[in-house]
Design a protein. Structure first.
Lengths: 359, 359, 359, 359
């Protein structure tokens, strides 16, 4: 198979960097263009990442591929998307609102931004969870008159929650969901993100707009396609989203009321078996299993579990009965917010879409 | 009024130190004895706090009162409690199980330990919340043949939860409670407590026995006296207790289903008005109000709010409707675990018991 | 004495807030004007501190004085300084360069900014250390044709170093100084200051321009007035300035080569006795001693020692011989960078200048 | 080559775990025995790492090799070392003092403990720095009548310092060294190591015995063999060792006075070229270069640089002139204290000793 040409938009930002770091020598895709704001345009990628003080602003643990270092950065607002097979965007919502429709006229767009997530004809994909929502892609193309399309990944806090609710909803039915998150600082980015003076020795109890996103996106992702749009899953989701002094990975305490009674063991089984079919498709970025369930009562922990399977695993633990909710179950999860929850999750979506012929 | 003589047991530990630091020149009480384990016995308090390397192990922000520094530390197992009007114990549960009944034969004991919390004839006091449970004191004395009694304060995570549920239960009735805590490291003490390698850049999702304590104690504290014991409050409480990289103060995300619908404003009002009668009694350790409700969406924060009113205030914020539970309300709270939630809370209880003639 | 009217410039920033928080009901000074950038002008101080999300951006532990909350914030560029007896500026260096000369035409200015520190006719004051440099004030006024003057406090990292070197230089002579700092995040302010993703679980080995400032300012502060300017102290100072995950207070490891041999005890004595005359002047913001020397080998620690004496004490410990330098002595110090090292130190300077008749 | 049989003593501790994690499928060595204290003896390694609460105490990022999980743990005090080709010990100094001579009677011992470091006939090895000190091995054997020998690696804070001083001493001569460390918590281990309440938002200015170790070991490592022992390097070393809230990797600020003047560029060159011959020997655990010198003024940082080249690289930055010392040079370094500075460094030493025929 000839490799698909990919443009990475927002290449100098953290999520864009992680896209570049995540999969050198990808068997399906080849990075053919890097784009960012006008300020970086015309510089090499190496230059664009070096600031006035001489500091090199590459934030991934993996070293920067020298081939990318030499590439010229283009102005995102002038990129000719028609020469690309795929555009991967990792920009702020405002920029996404403007740029993504422009690219989508000719080319598929996989996005980490929230700009289009709540549109009727736009699926929000989580690998292995709702890729069948790709039936909306032709609807979107037709409705908007685009040759391409836009498919965002969800908010990083939604990913782990929806991933673990999916097998429970399938097996037992979900009636109510309550979730409290303890989110990592990386979720807020670096401009300026969470400042040290605010977060050290502290918990910040509020992340603007986050709870609404999680509640709405979870229902949409676990919803069913009815006609030409998605009927949200019928159960209410109530979230409290907080920030804690953790660098990477979101931790979530989840309480679920099930339709049908299930024992703790049945719940663990359902979580463990989940995603077997998807994993069997052996996509390059797919972990060997989607969900791990630990019997160690002190797990999952964000620092210890976030990088398992390259940050693509959802780690669950402390599955136990909840006595406040009818058929209640509670558990903890850890999900890597900037890997499975952002760039690398987007790449796995793209791999699926490519194999399905959408890209 | 002649001052009551108090012995502080576990005086070298963190909670014992905080008792000593909390109220120099107390108008009701005078510290007449300091006691600790055999190892410290016979030393001055200053010597007992100085370790082999020359380090001085006084952990309070307030400087050590020179009068205490010179006192001789007694062996807790040999203390003659009959010479005291009150014994304040701040020791591990195992030691409490042995020592407290011995002291209580002659003398009232206010305790931070869990040893007796779950006994039928033992009230667990939170200031302003359930001091009417003191009707159990004569029951306990009679039943056990003691001249004194034992009244523990609750687990530090219970305090803020029960404090805020009380006005809601009174005003609207509580049907279900779900609570996720983000607890400070000081709750685990120093022997060794939470080690740096475990907690930095991390969340620990499990604190052994903590959830059971919170669930059970909350029901007992908000229960009603029926005959000679307490009928637990009839609503289920489901807790997830986690540890975060915070030094002091527990943060809790609370979801409550109310019997009677209440608006967010009605809930805030109930919380704000709570405890007026108790505060009006003007006890030396009592804050000017028990609960503060903030309109700033970024509050409460443990680092910013823990020391308000000397660590005796329960700070509430983010009161909002919850759509997953019937008549659902959700909010965040911050409560200082080693001040209101331990030694200083115990002192306020003692002040009440003294005025009521129990001490 | 009629109170002097003070304008606080940069009142919404952290240092400006600390000036306001530091001394309610000051016996010499009365806050007559608050000024900030154009953006805040016209709002009450309360409003100016409340951002669009409803968050209240008051960063001091002390509550905001309600009298200040109601004051109208003025535009700093339009303030009529001639109505004031003193202007206290806490703004960025660029703004200081423009505003301070304007105010100084009519009015004394005490500044936390670096803009004028390196001018020949400008003394950099540390309380108790070099207030005799006030002999430069008439020189500065004459030379610049101002009725007022500008006197900055030093960089916050200089303060503790110069404070502890002064008694050593007086008693034994200093030949060489080497200093490595571990600085708190608050030194970088909040716009955005040090971001959480950079500093957690990390040390940042470089603070732009900091080392040069410390080296130059220390020599100037410990220099002698010769004619109409200051001859820098003749010993070289070599600094390495780093940032560590600490909220407040700078920690410094200092190595000094002395001219005259001194024992560890002699050095401790010199440090302990320092500043007696100044302290005896009993200024409202003056701590009861300037330097504390601990015998506990584990002190000073920034978290435990920063707030002693209201953040105005320089805590020294681990004084010991150094065998690499001739007559070498080494020690650690902790100094509160935003209290003695900024706003509160500036206020103590102003108290001195007022009593000397400069204000 | 037939693989050498290795016993790992202290296998359940952090350093022992890292030895096991560091090199699966090692071409020279095969782990033939795991030993620990009596408490663990008889259990499988998996069982020995699982505590009563069900928590699994494996602390490395790399997953535990299932082959090790099944091995039986032996009692270290009963191990028959004569069946082994090499014993790797990672135990406390007191245990080492007793166990290591027993093993060394028959078998070479590479140790992370300090017990024998200061004996005349014992070399302290750093890979690439002073492996020629192996000339002491036959001396030690003869003198003690052992068939084996003991060779410890240095204190983890010494490693980076001696590694970077070596090329400077060779090229320019070293006259004086001053070093301030900012050390990671992992250096203190886990029993209990540094507790969270002490280190968060703090610097601890003292690590018992650390400064003496660093000063003495550096001189010994950089000394020359004279007759049957090592003449310490003639330059004085003065250290201040502190603990900061960092998980892994020590950061050091170093000031060196050189015999011969050298420019900053010459110093960088000497550092960069260092170790070429050793690296060319291509040992399995050897990084592709020993020292990296960064031009980014914000590097090295412990979190960003510690894991480069598998934690075996010493990262240097901020090389600049120092004006306080004659021919002064100053720089910062980061060295991974539990990888190059402990178990993995010990393995690289063992690889060298094996090829030289000592093992």
């Amino acid at each position: 198979m000839k490799k698909k040409k990919v443009a990475v938009i927002g290449a100098t930002g953290v999520a864009g960097q992680q896209f570049l770091a995540s999969r050198p020598g990808h068997p399906f895709f080849e990075v053919a263009a890097l784009a960012a704001s006008e300020r970086s345009a015309g510089k090499t990628y190496q230059e664009a990442l070096t600031d006035a003080s001489g500091a090199f602003r590459w934030y991934c643990q993996e070293p920067l591929d020298p081939a990318f270092a030499k590439m010229k950065v283009e102005d995102a607002s002038k990129l000719d998307a028609s020469k690309m097979d795929l555009v991967f965007t990792a920009v702020e919502s405002d920029a996404a609102k403007e740029l993504e429709p422009r690219y989508a006229k000719t080319t598929p767009v996989v996005s980490t931004a929230s700009a289009f997530r709540y549109e009727d004809d736009v699926p929000i994909f989580i690998p292995g969870v709702n890729l069948d929502h790709d039936r909306l892609i032709p609807v979107q193309k037709k409705k908007r008159g685009w040759k391409g399309f836009v498919t965002p990944v969800p908010n990083c806090t939604t990913t782990g929650l929806a991933m673990t609710l999916k097998p429970l909803h399938e097996a037992f039915g979900v009636l109510q969901v309550i979730m409290t998150s303890m989110q990592a600082c990386s979720g807020a980015g670096r401009s300026p993100g969470v400042i040290g003076l605010d977060i050290m020795d502290n918990v910040i109890p509020y992340i603007p707009k986050e709870e609404e996103k999680v509640e709405k996106e979870t229902q949409k992702i676990l919803g069913a396609i009815v006609g030409e749009s998605i009927a949200p899953a019928p159960f209410p989701v109530s979230a409290t989203c907080t920030r804690v002094p953790v660098l990477e990975a979101h931790t979530e305490a989840v309480y679920v009321s099930l339709k049908k009674h299930a024992t703790v063991e049945e719940v663990k089984d359902a979580l463990r078996r989940f995603g077997g079919d998807f994993v069997a498709m052996k996509f390059p970025s797919c972990p060997p299993r989607l969900i791990d369930v630990s019997e160690d009562p002190f797990r999952p922990q964000p620092r210890l579990d976030r990088d398992r399977e390259g940050g693509m695993l959802t780690s669950v633990g402390r599955v136990r009965a909840d006595h406040a909710l009818p058929n209640g179950i509670k558990y903890m999860l850890v999900s890597h917010n900037t890997k499975m929850g952002a760039a690398k999750g987007g790449m796995l979506v793209a791999e699926y879409l490519a194999r399905q012929g959408h890209i």
